[in-house]
Design a protein around this ligand. Structure first.
Ligand code: UT7
Length: 333
């Protein structure tokens, strides 16, 4: 019998501090009107405090997932942490999270594919389930984007926020879970979206700090154009090859980078706005956490058998789309 990887629970955590457009108006030359009309973002959450990394949020999201699904941390076999803002370059943030939740029998590692990290990690985790190797795998997306955002750069500081969310993958023999995927990379996109320093090519020095090279660098308009085309292409491809039309798709779950990119993707897919998961207005772009945060926010409205199309685009460039069949009704708790 064919085994598929079903999502059997979601958990989430966002920090309490709310960074509003009004507050950003005081930091940089911008307006609430510009931010809302160009991006659809009203506010984002920020993790405050000393020595607080992405793992702090990842641990809370995974703990929430374990509580909601009634899962013993000791039964978890693998945790993949999707992140572009690891606590440190090593050890992996996934290791810190597995220790934090008491997943003492799990192995864990990080996956970085910029804003497509969660999608790639979900695709990878699903393989371990489908192969019959493991029965309980957690994919957690956790990003503290505020750690790499320059709050004097008006083009970027308005976009990003902090947050984490996690899903549990378990085997299904009834055809629920991940059913198809199209994943893509084009490394020639590197110049348009990256963090220049802090890696092995340009280790940190006083000069890299003075030149602000530890922050996100983005040529927004170029990235925007690629994102609109690529996300729509792969989502449409996934629909076509699975013979899904607008009526068959219950939800589009898009990466939340810009409301205009999301609208363009939905249009191209022929999916109406009532079927598009959206929370960019409250969280901004939380990079690896956007898609699972959507699943957590909309969990109550999801029904067993719903067809979901996930889609993301990010630095690299990386992009992709996953088709999955939802496995349970409504919120777990
Ligand atoms: O998730 C990873 C992938 N990333 C993305 O998907 C982000 C993709 N890009 C975008 O979402 C958009 O390009 C942005 C939201 C970043 C920018 O929107 P845009 O419509 O592409 O604006 P732009 O960069 O072409 O800038 C238009 C104008 C510029 O002024 P001039 O040169 O025309 O005078 C900018 O300086 O808007 C100006 N501008 C701002 N004005 C007020 C840029 N940021 C701001 C701001 N407030 N915050």
């Amino acid at each position: 019998m064919k085994i598929t990887a079903a999502i059997t629970g979601v958990g989430a955590y966002v920090p309490e501090y709310v960074l509003t457009n009004a507050e950003l108006e005081k930091l940089v030359d911008t307006t609430d009107e510009w931010i809302m009309s160009r991006t659809g973002i009203r506010e984002r959450r920020i993790l405050k405090g000393e020595d607080q990394g992405s793992s702090v949020m990842g641990i809370k999201a995974v703990q929430n997932l374990l509580d909601k699904t009634g899962t013993d941390a000791k039964d978890i076999e693998l945790i993949i942490c999707a992140t572009v803002t690891p606590d440190m370059l090593f050890p992996a943030t996934g290791n810190i999270i597995s220790n934090g939740v008491g997943a003492i029998n799990a192995f864990s590692y990080d996956m970085n594919a910029a804003c497509s990290s969660f999608l790639y990690a979900l695709a990878t985790g699903a393989q371990f389930i489908q192969a019959g190797t493991y029965k309980k795998v957690i994919i957690v997306g956790a990003d503290k984007m505020s750690a790499i955002v320059d709050y004097t750069d008006r083009a970027n500081c308005i976009l990003f926020g902090d947050g984490a969310a996690a899903v549990l993958l378990e085997p299904s023999t009834d055809g629920f879970g991940v059913l198809d995927m199209v994943l893509r990379t084009d490394g020639s996109g590197e110049p348009y979206l990256h963090q220049k320093a802090g890696g092995s090519r340009r280790p940190p020095t006083y000069e890299t700090i003075d030149r602000k090279e530890h922050y996100i660098y983005q040529e927004g308009a170029t990235v925007f154009k690629f994102a609109v085309k690529s996300m729509a292409d792969v989502a449409a491809q996934v629909m076509e090859r699975n013979h899904l039309n607008n009526d068959d798709v219950a939800w589009l779950v898009p990466h939340q980078a810009n409301k205009r990119i999301i609208d363009a993707t939905a249009n191209r897919m022929g999916v109406g706005p009532e079927k598009v998961m959206l929370n960019i207005d409250r969280y901004g772009n939380t990079t690896s956490a956007t898609i699972p945060l959507c699943l957590a926010d909309y969990e109550g409205q999801l029904r067993r058998g719903d067809n979901l199309v996930l889609a993301a685009f990010g630095g690299g460039f990386t992009w992709g789309s996953i088709y999955l069949k939802w496995a349970y009704d409504g919120s777990l708790r």
